[in-house]
Design a protein around this ligand. Structure first.
Ligand code: URA
Ligand code: CA
Length: 441
């Protein structure tokens, strides 16, 4: 077999065999095929696409390129959650403790932030002492004891995806449905959870810019998971504007604490509640949707979810005092209030551009080696469809660098599009994809 022939075949729009897919994944991972040939192949895949069978084969080849994390030592039906990436997406930090407080084991191997999207591990590291690097023995023991752990991937999981994703990132070949679906699902399937819930984001801050594409991606991922014998469902949700109000690491920890105490932003709480509801039904913890919702609302009202978060922080070495007194979390030196110069309704709030503002402030990483400022970020006081008066605060910029802060103030003023009320009010959740059906809301 020759890589040249595989590239040519895909260039000409033909279907690749299982053997051909295994061949290029294995040999590229082992460094036996150069980047320039795989770049050409990725571009051919980008233009000519892969069918379902090819996508499943690619996923399997990537899963098999590394270690599989065995979770069979954890009692119960283990659940995992994944978002396709967003801005200010604080959901995992709230959903995890809620699910665990319902006695369902939640095992999450998270990533770090890159570019305009944030990462759960960085957020957790704004808590003093919080250890995200756990050994297999530790996360199995923690989850058996308190039903939750959130850690980094220690094992050598899907090395093929790591190489391919980095190459896609610099060759403009990220936005292909099969490549995204196989990349995300290979990482999920390499970790042996029983049930997976996917939050597929759609909008200007997401990979998928329109609902049809997002539904298509969700269907593809659900089919891959189901084919692997995992209960898999997907929610398709709005990422036209950031989720919640806080964007930035310690700011999002504070937002998570508030939400776990029942005082968080409505969109963030409602999305988390929906995901949690579907998850409890998926693992058959309850039978009816209303029961699931009621149970989740109860564990918020009783403080059980908040206490579970504190337990997670304590077990992973973090300072619980900072959770009980959030003012002790990292704080920026300066807060700049961005004031509105117009009266009207917020028409749009481009999530990707706001993510880039947070990145500029140091809340995110330009490259995997950049250091981040845990206290930097943005609080949105107004969101899409809100009414605003002249002089009212649109947002707060939290920064340790006043000149960067001033820069971002100018950017943010331009990002709040203010005018007539939108004809259609915004939607938080567009639909649900299960193995048997697609529900559009
Ligand atoms: N996230 C991933 O892990 N892979 C993709 O291809 C896109 C988003
Ligand atoms: Ca948020």
């Amino acid at each position: 077999m020759r890589i040249y022939d595989i590239i040519k075949k895909k260039r000409d729009g033909e279907e690749l065999t299982t053997e051909e897919i295994n061949y290029f994944v294995k040999n590229y991972t082992e460094g036996k095929i150069p980047d320039y040939q795989i770049s050409a192949l990725l571009m051919a895949i980008y233009f000519n696409k892969m069918n379902k069978r090819e996508t499943i084969d690619l996923t399997r080849a990537m899963v098999n390129s590394g270690d599989i994390v065995d979770l069979s030592g954890i009692k119960g039906i283990k659940v995992d959650k994944h978002s396709t990436g967003g801005v200010g997406d604080t959901v995992t930090l709230i959903l995890g403790p809620m699910i665990a407080a319902c006695d369902v084991p939640f095992v999450k191997m998270s990533g770090r932030g890159l570019g305009h999207t944030g990462g759960t591990l960085d957020k957790l590291e704004s808590i003093n002492g919080f250890r995200v690097e756990l050994t297999n023995e530790e996360f199995l023991r923690y989850t058996n004891n308190i039903k939750i752990s959130i850690c980094s991937q220690t094992a050598n999981i899907t090395p093929a995806d790591k190489k391919l994703y980095s190459l896609r990132d610099v060759t403009a070949t990220v936005e292909n449905l099969s490549l995204i679906a196989s990349s995300i699902m290979s990482k999920k399937l390499a970790i042996g959870s029983d049930a997976i819930i996917l939050d597929v984001k759609v909008g200007n801050g997401a990979f998928m810019k329109n609902i049809d594409d997002a539904i298509h991606l969700a269907k593809e991922m659900v089919a891959i998971g189901t084919g692997y014998g995992r209960e898999t469902i997907a929610i398709v949700s709005n990422m036209d504007e950031p989720l919640g109000k806080a964007i930035g690491n310690s700011l999002e920890i504070k937002e998570a604490i508030k939400t776990l105490k029942g005082n968080g932003p409505e969109d963030l709480f409602q999305l988390t509640l929906q995901l949690g509801t579907k998850l409890l039904l998926l693992v058959k913890k309850v039978e009816k949707e209303e029961e699931a919702k009621k149970l989740l609302e109860e564990i918020i009202d009783s403080g059980a979810a908040y206490n579970k978060f504190k337990e997670l922080v304590k077990w992973q070495g973090g300072d619980v005092n900072q959770i009980e007194n959030p003012e002790l979390l990292p704080k920026a030196k300066y807060i700049i209030e961005v004031k509105s110069e117009k009266e009207g309704y917020i028409k749009s709030l481009n999530a990707e551009e706001i993510g880039k503002c947070a990145l500029k402030l140091g809340a995110g990483r330009e490259t995997m080696d950049s250091t981040i400022d845990l206290s930097a970020g943005i609080i949105l006081n107004k969101k899409v469809d809100d009414r605003v008066m002249v002089g009212e605060t649109l947002a707060q910029i939290h920064t340790n660098d006043i000149s960067k802060g001033k820069d971002v103030e100018e950017d943010l003023k331009g990002l709040f599009e203010i005018g007539e009320k939108n004809k259609k009010s915004k939607k938080l959740i567009y639909g649900l994809v299960t193995k048997d059906r697609v529900e559009i809301y």
